[in-house]
Design a protein. Sequence first.
Lengths: 224, 224
Amino acid sequence: MKDSEITNVAVTEDAYECTVTVDCAVFGYQEGVLKLLLVQKLTDPFKGQWLLPGGIIKKGQTAEEAVDNVLVNLTGIDNVHHRQVKCYSDVNRHPVKRVITISFYGLVKPENHPLIKKKNVNNIEWFRIDQLPPLAFDHELISDEALQKLKMNVEERLILGELLPKKFTITELQKLYEALLDDRLDRRNFRKKILQKKLIKNIGEKKKGIKGAPDLFTLNDHKA
Amino acid sequence: MKDSEITNVAVTEDAYECTVTVDCAVFGYQEGVLKLLLVQKLTDPFKGQWLLPGGIIKKGQTAEEAVDNVLVNLTGIDNVHHRQVKCYSDVNRHPVKRVITISFYGLVKPENHPLIKKKNVNNIEWFRIDQLPPLAFDHELISDEALQKLKMNVEERLILGELLPKKFTITELQKLYEALLDDRLDRRNFRKKILQKKLIKNIGEKKKGIKGAPDLFTLNDHKA
DNA sequence: TGATTTCTGCGTATAAATTACGCATAAAAT
DNA sequence: ATTTTATGCGTAATTTATACGCAGAAATCA
């Protein structure tokens, strides 16, 4: 190996290139539990195994655009609130060739996004996060770290994605938090804490069909 | 454009590739202030401008290995405690070609790492973080976000890298925290807080030359 | 329908963590 | 020897978090 190959780190026309992919851990909140969207591979390698939806970053795409593209093209899901988690660069992650992957988490309400199986996948399914099948590649690690990141973010900001309807009760919000954090919270303390952050406001309406007729709230001019 | 080009997101032998680089915001703690290590470009583009040390990920290298390699080859600094921050994938970040960059922050004690100017750089220098020159590419954004991440991490863990000697006084630790966080802390409360975390222990020696002869401490079987 | 259950909204009591600051003492500086 | 400066240990005040009581509203049930 020439000395220049050892020490030259500059970006030149002929600099080494490799394939960069994105993987997105799409979390859905359904029937009060947190679920993860997985796709089943149609082709080798790992044919028939489950994994996170993902794919290559194409020419002219940013990683974020690639995530949108991949989700639509594999699952039919569009308009997903997503956030970058981490980059994985081990050299032997992929059996076909060297691949560097940028991971994301996404948040959706499954009812709003009917799954549309596209030609690149064998199957798509929501799995409860406590009942995940074995995953291909290093996708167990990736989904673990994505969930960790999601939990951290939930604790410091108000993150809903589109997981709740525009009008929601405080209890609905609390159940979402409990599902995301996998924890139980005191009803009255949660109310106080969330209200003093001034991120949601009472819209003066009440929700029928629930004992006590709880007040409805909405987001307070903030993006989730 | 063929349909397959739109929808195919699979990793194949001929999948699109691009150059991936790493950039590292190396922070140094010197004379009580936080500094950032910058290199001055020797060649176009941006010849003569300052920027973060960085370079391409080469065949067979992980991003972490590339950081080590880049730092040694540009600045002579080795054995840097570093951590991944974020991935930048905008398509026009680099004038020569499309480049995706993974950023890191590093922590060093400048006295321990004499700067050795290598052939790829015109100059290397430590800059006070409140007196940075204009930076090339999007390196202002990258260094800002790296510093943000460092501050966040400092608040939740005990992070020293190698910024303090093995034996240090609590005041020395406090000054480091103040430099990292750009804040002033109460001496007595800082002592209480840091001691109750049980991460450092009093080794029973005293430091001479300082009024009051403060106790010396050391890390308590933890990695920084 | 009337009693019962369940959930809401508002409150307070207690505990824990954070912040503010006093003071005697040890060593360096004058 | 006196002054100055920093340390080490303490306590008081404040803020934040946690535990839990209770009346009332609406659905449910006998």
